[in-house]
Design a protein around this ligand. Sequence first.
Ligand code: SF4
Length: 370
Amino acid sequence: MKNFKDLFETYHWDEAKESIYSKTKNDVEQALNSPKRTLEDFKALVSPAAAPYLEPMAQLSHRLTQKRFGKTVQLFIPLYLSNECTNICTYCGFSLDNKVKRRTLTENEILQEVAVIKKMGYEHVLLVTGEANQTVHVEYFKKVLKLIRPFFAQVSMEVQPLDTDEYTELIPLGLTSVLVYQETYHKADYRKHHPKGKKSSFDYRLETPDRLGRAGINKMGLGVLIGLEDWRTDSFFTALHLHYLERTYWQTRYSLSFPRLRPFSGGLQPKMEMNNRELVQLICAYRLFNEELEISLSTRETEQFRNHCVPLGITSISAGSRTNPGGYAVEPGSLEQFEISDERSSLEIAEMIRAKGYEPVWKDWDKVLQ
Ligand code: SF4
């Protein structure tokens, strides 16, 4: 296969869904006992039939995570640079049709934000923007990377999907990883939720991880927005994507996160709710399927739930996050992309991690090692 799209087009959503929902107790037990789990095993582990097996799944997930990652949890923080966006996404507070004040941080404002973030102890930062070609384009990203690289050990980006040669230009400036969520692998529903703007092209987004892999990115993050479609089927397609990417771009590391639809100004109701037990099931299913995968949990989740998840398979966590440009120093009261649930500071989160017998990791890489 030359790219994931070719592989994806050999699958059908309804067939995959039916196959997941027809998995039995025996399929789940076979998946649990298998030394190397397949995509069919993953389907069994995310199926309703696996619900009664949550405890053995959690124990196994805990053991596998500790074997590969030790007792560590990495800390990172998002830095929102801009809420300008030319797309309409039905679930986002920054959507073009949402009449909010728009701003893109200047270099001076970015440095003010960085100063606050550094005081919190962070070495890993995730830069976030909306998708607005006129303002937050490759030249802007280049400028920002040059500006902030001296302050951080790792810089990740969650911005508009770019072309391969654009990623190739950004990587030497210190870009270590890129997050690009497909939102949903259900093509018709994707169109419904992305009616306008560049993001309305399902295929361009679907092919982004291939472009990142060709550019030689160190790490990429995948995921879907849970609540847009059937989460079990969407998770299967994410696992399929991951499986393909790992075999094609084997030098790249991969991470996953599980954003659940959160309230925002003008909010969309989830098509399918996912409860906390189901999210634990999903985290464990991914860990059992892939021992190398980095798994991240954001401040969308509640304090209690995040505390509970630390030993189950999570390898990175954000804290003290603001989801609005200028949220740390420049304009704390501006509109957030979504509401956060866990309001604890970075030090409180680090303390919680320590109390569970784990080590909070602020930095696991230095550019002198490159
Ligand atoms: S999800 Fe991203 S692309 Fe869509 S409206 Fe929000 S910021 Fe823009």
